[in-house]
Design a protein around this ligand. Structure first.
Ligand code: FE2
Length: 228
């Protein structure tokens, strides 16, 4: 066949299961209001655990695909797990990636959020309210820019419920494992601590990348992709 891949199923990129955890991009002993014990536990147990699970799932998919007798609903169960773990890995990387700053939004982001929400303080009030609405359960509060350049705070009740065609800029983990060691059930105090540690340079960089001109992408894709 013309489009036959040169990879065997188990070694093709989609089934390779070779994701590597990214290290914490800050010193976990130095974040005010978020203890080293909490941050290390979150990174090791929840984030690295999701990376490990995703790798196992991808490899399992390859072997299950070879089984022509496998009922579709069994395959569906593990495809659901693939989506959940993929969301968990990516959202945790974004979460840790937007921590380690001084919590000062700076003039540019202040202006951009004020234009989108009426004022910076209104943006912050809505972001905090979205986060606190998830307390006691689980999920993510996500400031995102849409493909049309609109900014919104989105509520996500699990790792799979991000708004379609939106690019996350600021990601806040509201799963209990993100704060219980330090704050027990006092989730609002954890949100306060998170806001004091936001790396706004990272948020601004994500916005720049999400809205940068895409010229040349098609050419790059065509010239680098070799169907074999
Ligand atoms: Fe988490």
């Amino acid at each position: 066949m013309a489009n036959e891949s040169p990879h065997a199923a188990g070694t093709a990129p989609a089934f390779a299961g070779n994701h590597e955890p990214r290290p914490l991009p800050f010193d976990p002993a130095k974040l005010p209001g978020l203890s080293e014990r909490l941050l290390r536990s979150h990174w090791e147990n929840n984030y690295c655990g999701a990376v490990k699970a995703l790798n196992a799932i991808e490899q399992r998919l390859a072997s299950m695909l070879e089984d022509a007798e496998l009922p579709p609903y069994v395959y569906g169960d593990i495809k659901r797990e693939e989506l959940l773990r993929t969301g968990s890995v990516r959202l945790h990387e974004l979460y840790f990636g937007n921590l380690g700053g001084d919590g000062a939004a700076g003039e540019t982001m202040d202006r951009i959020l004020a234009r989108a929400f009426g004022s910076f303080s209104r943006w912050e009030a809505e972001f905090r309210r979205t986060a606190n609405a998830l307390a006691g359960g689980s999920g993510w509060a996500i400031l995102a820019v849409t493909s049309r350049g609109e900014l919104h705070n989105y509520w996500a009740w699990d790792h799979t419920s991000g708004a379609p065609e939106s690019h996350p800029l600021l990601v806040l983990d509201m799963y209990e494992h993100a704060y219980h060691l330090d704050y027990g059930a006092a989730a609002a105090r954890y949100v306060d601590a998170f806001m004091r540690n936001v790396d706004w340079d990272q948020v601004r960089q994500r916005l720049l990348e999400a809205t940068a001109p895409r010229q040349g992408d098609h050419e790059t894709w065509e010239t680098t992709w070799n169907p074999g």
